[in-house]
Design a protein around this ligand. Structure first.
Ligand SMILES: [Zn+2]
Ligand SMILES: [Zn+2]
Length: 346
């Protein structure tokens, strides 16, 4: 089968001809119909996120049709539409047995530690294949399994309750989902902090208040807009110490700041004024959980989380094209998701 693989860190991805994977008794083979190209894939290519086991087929946002099932597999059948949860877990350790597979010591990420979806077929443990409702197109099934799932996990970690108001820092793929999901939870007003003029305009179309970070300190703008109270929940999706600090500073009493963006910088906090006195919390957010996917699927199926056609671009499985998409991801973080479309037309 054809696959597009990372062969050497710092080099372009390459077209390859590889065997169709064997399936064990608890595995499924999926014909890939859609594979999202993610900003993380650009980081794997440059080596910002380290991969040891090269060559590897990238692609962790995958949806398709079941082609073959192992003899022990009961919950999905041949021909069924599925999407793939990208964390492969051992299923037995102290974390997996509590449904916390992102901490599994022998856990593997699909498209990083094992072959992913930039290929005609992908083999995964059957427990990673989730039935995809007919109403959800393959391309949406693919892209919702990364940034949307993580946005949902962030809102869950922040314990967002109906009526609470939210500040979102960054309106890329994560922020685009986080805003819609917060609204699906019947939150109060949402303030989205951005600098890009086109994104500021689209934020208003989604019924949120756009906070232009270039027009003044976002914390002061949020304080003013909330009558001095601050927000109940803030999400930092950019990955900079400056915006993480703002996400903490804009909290009101009992507020929770969920930090999702990745950075190696350190941030400073004034414990008394910014945390203790408000009983505020700072929460770390990493990936998402299989147990959250049913709720996510329902938000998409019912139209509360939408990916308009204008936000999805399509390409074919071809190294040169995919490399060009990764190049463009390195220079921008818009809400447009590029999806590799599969070979069969369904
Ligand atoms: Zn991703
Ligand atoms: Zn485990």
């Amino acid at each position: 089968m054809r696959a597009v693989r990372l062969v050497q860190v710092g080099k372009q991805l390459e077209d390859a001809d590889v065997p169709i994977p064997e399936t064990g008794p608890a595995d499924v083979l999926i014909r890939v119909e859609a594979a999202g190209i993610c900003h993380s894939d650009a980081h794997y290519r440059t080596g910002i996120s380290k991969i040891d086991n090269l060559p590897v087929t990238l692609g962790h946002e995958v949806a398709g049709r079941v082609e073959r099932v192992g003899k022990d597999v009961g919950h999905v059948a041949i021909g069924e539409r599925v999407c793939v949860h990208y964390l492969v877990q051992c299923g037995r350790c102290e974390f997996c047995t509590r449904g916390l597979e992102q901490f599994c010591r022998s856990g593997q990420m699909i498209g990083k530690h094992r072959d992913g979806g930039y290929a005609e077929f992908i083999m995964v443990p059957a427990r990673n294949a989730f039935s995809l409702p007919d109403e959800i197109p393959f391309e949406v099934g693919a892209v919702m399994m990364c940034s949307s799932a993580t946005a949902l996990h962030a809102l869950n970690k922040a314990r967002l309750k109906p009526g609470e108001c939210v500040a979102i820092f960054g309106f890329g793929g994560l922020g685009f989902s986080a805003l819609q999901l917060a609204q699906a939870f019947d939150c109060g007003q949402v303030y989205v902090v951005e600098m890009n003029p086109a994104k500021l305009a689209s934020i208003k179309n989604f019924g949120a208040v756009a906070i232009d970070a270039k027009a003044g300190n976002p914390v002061e703008q949020i304080r003013e807009a909330t009558g001095g109270k601050g927000v109940d929940v803030s999400l930092e999706l950019i990955g900079s110490a400056a915006t993480m600090r703002q996400a903490v500073q804009c909290l009101g009493a009992l507020g929770r700041a969920a930090l999702v963006g990745l950075t190696a910088e350190s941030m400073s906090i004034f414990p008394y004024a910014e945390l203790i006195n408000k009983e505020a919390e700072i929460v770390g957010v990493s990936d998402h959980l299989a147990t959250e996917l049913a709720a996510l699927m329902e938000f998409v199926r019912s139209g509360r989380l939408r990916f308009p056609q204008s936000t999805l671009h399509f390409v074919h499985l071809d190294a040169e094209t995919i490399n060009a998409v990764l190049d463009s991801l390195e220079t921008s973080t818009d809400q447009i998701r590029t999806v590799i479309r599969g070979t069969s037309d369904t």
